[in-house]
Design a protein around this ligand. Sequence first.
Ligand SMILES: [Zn+2]
Length: 579
Amino acid sequence: MAQAAADASVTYEPATFPYRWLLDEATFKTWEEVEPWYRSLLARNIDSPADLESWLNDLGELNGAVSQEGVERYVAMTCQTDDPEREAKHLAFVRDIEPKLKPIQDQIRGKYLDSPHRQGLPAERYRVFDRAQENRRALYREANIARETELAELDQQYQKIVGAMTVHFQGVERTPSQMAPFLEETDRALRQSAWEPVAARRLVDRDALDELFDRMITLRQAIAHEAGFPSFTEYAYRLRERFDYGVAEATAFQDAIAKVVVPLARQIQEDRRAALGVDALRPWDLAVDPLGRAPLRPFAEVDKLAAGSEAIFRDVDPDLGAQFAYMRQNGLLDLANRKGKAPGGYQTTLEADRLPFIFMNAVGVDGDVRTMLHEGGHAFHALASRGEPLSAYRDSPIEFCEVASMAMELLGARNLSLFYTDADADRSYRQLLEGIVTILPWIATVDAFQHWVYKYPAHSRAERRDAWTALLDRFGGNVDWSGHEDARASGWHRQLHIFLYPFYYIEYGIAQLGALQVWLTSLTDKAEAVNRYRQALSIGGARPLPELFEAAGAKFAFDEASLQPLMDAIGRELAKLPL
Ligand SMILES: [Zn+2]
């Protein structure tokens, strides 16, 4: 890390973006404060392409200001969920402002799309924007708003059912995530005794979750039919703005994963089984260190996490390190786990200020370092594209957003000396690479399952369980589930995306391939890999996906020919590392 210390002199001072149209004293706390601004945009005369462009920029400013109001309330709520006032403010935004925004934004979109002056805008510059606007208008149906609200309430029920799951273990009531550390314990009987009650507890709500999902399928079918689509699958592809791939490509990706990745994943499990010295891997044998070492503990205090991460980022690129230092110094990080904080981690953007914010629940485990690098990648993406005047282009398609974050996990993975001894750094690196190999078959399973669900929406619950089980047989590992077949057959209940964000999962797989290509370049030419990475991030969402990948030095493809060399490279790296 000597190089990192030398680069600490690089600093970052972000440009500011004062309002050009909104009044500085304007606030956006109620619908009454928000609506007149949108009405004013709707009423404005647009007499030239220049007027139209100026109108778009004013719209972006307004959208950004309203979005930031919502984001600030969300951040405040997640940072302290047990404060009823914060919860009420967040819910007021979700209930009173968001539903009213939808129809007025549809009118705004119509005004743009129907403007004769669109012809005078530079076509290539607006191609991606126009495509998205036309698609949104084509999908929008006033009659679906009530169905979407009903779905949002079912989402909430899913969160509530899952959030209420606890087990009593060693005399203490614990959530499933609080049970996870026991699965890293070297005592196998202890692991089993921790795993089984969680599996049993999940099965208690099996019927409730199946019932909830049945209702979601019915609503989603109705939404798709309302919008003129024969099935929810086609509607969901359009809704997710999948302009550059379709069901055929997704299916080819599943096939490629089965052929190229599943054998490597099974080999990793076989090596684990042999190292553990057991006859068969059981579901509670997957998180423990195979050689019986204590779990990795990279830090005790979050200050060390932040300082260590800053050093890693400075080593990847001094400018990125300086950007992270700015975030540290300006209250744009909330990293420590504490009572009352919402679970998980995320990066969000304060759109009016054009600044990122990172939320985490760090407790001192290896995964926290990875999450920090991941969310850091998202934050650098937001900072790289903040100068883009068209607000829609400051956002990228999710398939590329996750390249920004996943590539950073890989670029930073060999600079962990502030957290680990060399031997432990190797362990962490091995866990990262093995995690990539094992997540891809899971992504294929989740994706193939959802294609099946919406292709046969009239299926019975028994058929659904059979379909899931068949996919696990195809993509899963060599784990012996005997005695726990029911838990295996309902394992998809744990995957929140299937309930809340239908079809949203393959994106992680597509992005992972982009990230691996950036990483592969970095193994031989780190400067080139990082330069192209930063260049691609600065484009935001102004270009279509294949061009964003290309800018990062990656091919937008997820077939067997693209997957094979990446898995070969991971295999070579793993072969160099001790177990
Ligand atoms: Zn991410």
